[in-house]
Write a protein that binds this ligand. Structure first.
Ligand code: RIB
Ligand code: CA
Length: 313
């Protein structure tokens, strides 16, 4: 079967970095047409820098990287240096990128790629706030029906919030963008905290990365060593939750995940619950289903896949 063509929209972030590495290590299943950076975990200049650092770590300086929106559609930017460190990629010592940033704006790349590729053949994989995608849909509504699928990391139901008591970070940073994406009518698969909090880098799993004995294995071990602190302290977790790699792992092995096709709406009005993904998991409303919302993961299978693929880089 031909590899799935994707655009990764990202705010690296150590977990974004692992998701990108997994995609680049899986050319039989995934063809990365480009990487678009968005402001999120850290400001845009850093996410655009970090995306290129990760491409060069993977030995893929040929991947075009574009800078996108520096702030949410309608709100000031909220960042997460408290989780990811001041560079967004704290942990390993990695060299500054030498590959250039593309001149085109990320939003223009998304629009032009969807217009150029055959309809229904490009999947969008947002790993951060949904600003770039929502701006692209606003600028060019004609591309919406041309998107094959959106597979994103964001939201939460049973796990509730990680940045506020009720909201997950990616959705919280740009709830207006999220509301527009969730109501656009594009087939949508969602990896919420309900799943990603079950994909924890335990000491044994971290050791397996390190024992790959490669620059990639060492860097991933050091990244997850760094960014586990927040979740260990807050949740008492047994390791860093690999949020974003759930997206690229699903593209390769969807059987590792299970969920429900349900209605998911985004809270944009209430200051108390802003950015909450109101998931009708128990189907108590007659609101139409708009998303496949994941609820469980085969964590051992996920880490076996991830470790095997990282070994290829
Ligand atoms: O809430 C977790 C999400 O927010 C992940 O995508 C992480 O990288 C941050 O962007
Ligand atoms: Ca992210």
């Amino acid at each position: 079967m031909a590899a799935r063509k994707i655009i990764i929209d990202t705010d690296p972030g150590q977990d974004d970095a692992v998701a990108i590495l997994l995609a680049l290590a899986s050319p039989d299943e995934i063809e990365v047409l480009g990487i678009t950076a968005v402001a999120g975990n850290v400001p845009l200049p850093l996410t655009a820098r970090n995306a290129r650092i990760v491409c060069e770590l993977a030995g893929r300086p040929d991947i075009p990287v574009f800078a996108g929106c520096a702030a949410p559609l309608a709100r000031p930017l909220v960042t997460a240096e408290h989780v990811h460190g001041k560079t967004g990629l704290d942990g390993p010592e990695l060299p500054d990128p030498t590959m250039p940033l593309q001149d085109r704006h990320a939003v223009d790349f998304i629009v032009q790629t969807l217009r150029a590729e055959p309809a229904g053949t490009v999947t969008l994989c947002p790993l951060g706030p949904l600003t770039n995608l929502a701006q692209a849909f606003r600028n060019a509504p004609d591309i919406i029906e041309r998107v094959q699928e959106i597979v994103l990391m964001g939201g939460a139901y049973f796990e509730v919030g990680n940045i506020t008591p009720t909201a997950e970070f990616n959705i919280y940073v740009d709830p207006e963008a999220a509301a527009e994406i969730f109501s656009a009518g594009v087939p949508l698969t969602v990896m919420p905290l309900d799943v990603t909090h079950k994909a924890l880098v335990t000491a044994a799993r971290n050791r397996a990365f390190r024992e790959l004995g490669t620059p990639v294995g060492r860097a991933v071990a050091e990244m997850t060593d760094f960014f586990e602190r927040f979740d260990k302290e807050k949740y008492g977790s047994s390791g860093a939750p690999l949020h974003d790699p759930c997206v690229t792992a699903w593209l390769i092995r969807p059987d590792l995940f299970s969920g429900r096709h349900i209605n998911v709406e985004i809270e944009t009005g209430s200051a108390l619950t802003l950015g909450m993904t109101v998931a009708d998991w128990w189907r108590v409303t007659d609101r139409p289903a708009n998303a496949t919302f994941m609820g469980d993961i085969d964590a051992d299978g996920f880490f076996a896949l991830l470790t095997e693929r990282l070994a290829r880089l």
